[in-house]
Ligand binder design. Structure first.
Ligand code: 6PG
Length: 221
């Protein structure tokens, strides 16, 4: 099924389907390393725990990045890098590039030098945010050339100052994969399907795939 900015797939388990898509992307990559920007959140954690159990990925040929970070100490329980290390990096030993909130220019340079990601993993917040691009936030309107910006949620619902990839940086990805799971995301997902101008709906890339389960889609289970 088509959705505003890509293809929507109904799947039984978003974590399993995500892991399969990553394994497929890595195995088909003729120009290693496969560069993947990871997300934060509980859905992402499940995806990475599943990915760590997935066979057939040569992790020496994968480089991991983050799409956004909360500006807290690296070992803070709210830090995306802490979740990513525990769920995936420490298990598979891939090269990992965390964001340093004190030095956003370093990540801007890193992403600039990279040119493009092979895959960017994104979640969907109940308010329609993705990465740390929140409704009404300044980060939605970055200037051309800005790839990583500081941002905050003006509603205050999502804590901490953040660093986030901009839409421009995300658009450089060959493949963007959204994972949307659970009834709490149904309203936001429905609004994206209906074409509402939510941050997640603004994402553009060569290919955008939405992996959604029945609860998120509100399908009669
Ligand atoms: C973050 C994430 C954020 C997340 C969504 C969905 O740093 O908080 O990058 O964009 O993907 O909020 O999170 P859940 O899967 O926990 O609902």
């Amino acid at each position: 099924m088509r959705i505003g900015n890509g293809e929507l797939r109904l799947v039984d388990d978003v974590a399993v389907s995500f892991a399969e898509l990553v394994a497929q992307t890595a195995s088909q990559n003729v120009n290693p390393p496969t560069t993947i920007a990871l997300s934060g959140g509980d859905t992402a954690r499940s995806c990475y725990e599943e990915l760590a159990r997935t066979d057939g990925i040569d992790w020496a040929e994968v480089e991991l990045f983050v799409g956004d970070e909360r500006c807290v100490p690296p070992d803070d329980e709210d830090a995306n890098q802490r979740m990513i290390r525990r769920a995936l990096v420490d298990k598979v030993g891939a090269t990992f590039h965390p964001m340093d909130c004190d030095r956003p220019e370093l990540y801007n340079e890193l992403v600039g030098e990279l040119g493009s990601f092979d895959l960017v993993h994104l979640g969907l917040g109940p308010d329609g945010h993705t990465a740390s691009l929140f409704p009404g936030s300044a980060g939605l309107d970055s200037t051309p050339g800005e790839l990583v910006v500081r941002n905050v949620d003006p509603s205050g619902h999502n804590p901490h100052e953040r660093l986030t990839l901009t839409f421009e940086a995300i658009s450089r990805s060959r493949l963007v994969v959204f994972t949307v799971s659970g009834a709490s995301k149904h309203e936001a997902l429905q609004k994206v399907i209906e074409g509402d101008d939510l941050p997640a709906a603004r994402v553009r890339a060569s290919e955008v795939v939405w992996l959604c389960d029945r609860e998120a889609l509100g399908e009669d289970t």
